[in-house]
Design a protein around this ligand. Structure first.
Ligand code: GAL
Length: 471
């Protein structure tokens, strides 16, 4: 009996020792695993990638934003700039990365359905992008930029955080050439056609448009169409609800072909920055483009003086006016940042977008970019050019807003086809091909909205036009 008790006590002590040893080993293993995980847990990267087309002569504003962001946060931003105005190359580079499931931390995009093209191309659709409504609210946009936010909202959702307001419907006129041919600033389409003919008969190219980076040709057709059709039909073009046989399309095209005859002989070799260089040097009368031209002239040709058409000064070199027939309309181009979701760089991507689109970023970006900030409480005094100050009041007093077809208001495939075919139209004058392209573009647009999406908020669509499915 005694022996048995002794034996059991010894066995109990042994078991206790064994249990303690096992416990220590388990604790050591768990501790090791935890320590390993702590050490090797993926740290947020301190370098993120941003895709853009603000390259070459367009780089100054974005470089200033990135420099300030890095100084403030320590996060390096590797800018991949794919050249080509209006994103003619960058958009497809970004689409390819997204399709391959390897998106950058953040990328440049326009507000508008252009963003839906990225969403459609993405493996998990909307889930692959950060919805930025709450960031927009945090950085004061809901209070200070409700109109711009509405233009950026897609059925109420913000996937594109706006960094500026650009204007597409502008004409830039070389004053010395205008004086030389004895003309005045045109305010109607008929006056523009007459003035262009006058320039041509004086041996001066009237409209220096640029075929090499493609976009300024369709950009011109778009402004003529806006002047002829007015804002309502323009909005219907965006939704594909416009009748392709609408008389405005034919009329705009005929005027376009008249004006295309006045392009310089090298128009197909020029990109938009080359066209602006030629305008500044007086190699032609005018250039139709957006106010990124103001940024380019300010940064690259500091001795060139710009003035608005309602305040022409004797020393002015380049007069800036609304495209004839579109006074009182603001054809919006809104640059923005989008952030792919779920990646190792996502939180820094959001941080970058927050800084860039926030008041601090916009005050750095817009003065150099030629655009104006989206915030109502950012006053005109921050802009270095009189044109930007003038635009603050043009924007405030505008009677109608539309969204540029060339810069964000079309789905990317439709957009690309129209850009290419506008070149063919200018080269060949083949209106039959052009009308067929427009008809197809309108039906594709309508289909791509998928009976679901629209610009604006529920019950409050952008531009005062509601496509039938948004009701
Ligand atoms: C537009 C863009 C502008 C400017 C322009 C020329 O699409 O919104 O910011 O970059 O293209 O490249």
């Amino acid at each position: 009996m005694v022996i048995i008790v002794k034996f059991n006590v010894q066995r109990g002590i042994k078991t206790l020792y064994l249990s303690i040893i096992i416990l220590v080993i388990i604790i050591a293993i768990i501790g090791g695993i935890l320590a390993y995980n702590y050490v090797s847990a993926p740290k947020p990267p301190s370098k993120i990638s941003f895709y853009t087309w603000w390259a070459g002569l367009e780089r100054f504003a974005i470089d200033a934003v990135i420099g300030n962001f890095t100084a403030k946060t320590g996060i390096q931003v590797e800018k991949t700039a794919v050249p080509g105005g209006a994103g003619v190359n960058a958009k497809f580079a970004i689409l390819a990365l997204i399709q391959a499931g390897k998106p950058p931390a953040a990328f440049q995009v326009h507000c508008g359905p252009e963003m839906l093209s990225y969403i459609y191309a993405s493996p998990h659709g909307e889930k692959d992008f950060v919805e930025l409504n709450s960031v927009a609210k945090d950085i004061g946009m809901t209070d200070q930029a409700p109109d711009v936010l509405k233009a950026c909202a897609l059925a109420g959702k913000i996937y594109t955080l706006p960094v500026n307001i650009h204007r597409a419907n502008l004409i830039f006129i070389n004053k010395q050439i205008l004086d030389k041919i004895g003309g005045k600033v045109p305010t109607t389409i008929d006056e523009l056609v007459d003035l262009s003919k006058k320039a041509s008969s004086a041996g001066v190219p009237a409209l220096i448009q640029a075929g090499a980076d493609v976009f300024t040709i369709f950009h011109l057709w778009e402004q003529i169409f806006l002047a002829v059709a007015g804002p309502q039909k323009f909005m219907m073009f965006i939704y594909g609800t416009l009748d392709p046989n609408d008389a405005s399309i034919k009329k705009a095209t005929e005027i376009f072909l008249e004006l295309a005859k006045t392009f310089p002989s090298n128009w197909q070799a020029l990109d938009w920055t080359g066209a602006v260089a030629d305008l500044v040097q007086g190699k032609g009368l005018a250039h139709v483009d957006g106010d990124w031209v103001v940024g380019l002239i300010y940064n690259v040709y500091p001795n060139t003086i710009m003035c608005s058409y309602d305040q022409i000064t004797p020393n002015c070199n380049i007069i800036v006016a609304p495209f004839p027939g579109t006074e009182g309309i603001y054809n919006l181009v809104i640059d923005a940042v989008a952030v792919p979701a779920g990646g190792p760089e996502t939180s820094q991507g959001v941080e970058f977008a927050r800084f860039f689109a926030g008041p601090e970023g916009q005050k750095i970006f817009n003065p150099l970019k030629g655009s104006i900030a989206v915030y109502r409480n950012i006053g005109p005094e921050i802009y270095p050019t009189t044109i930007q100050k003038w635009e603050v009041s043009q924007y405030r007093d505008a009677k109608a807003f539309v969204f540029s077809l060339t810069h964000g208001a079309l789905f990317s495939d439709v957009w690309s086809t129209l850009l290419q075919q506008a070149i063919v139209l200018a080269q060949t004058g083949r209106t039959d091909l052009w009308y067929a392209t427009i008809e197809k573009a309108l039906s594709n647009e309508k289909e791509l909205w998928k009976g679901t999406w629209y610009m604006g908020y529920p019950g409050s669509p952008f531009g005062g036009y509601s496509p039938p499915w948004a009701k």
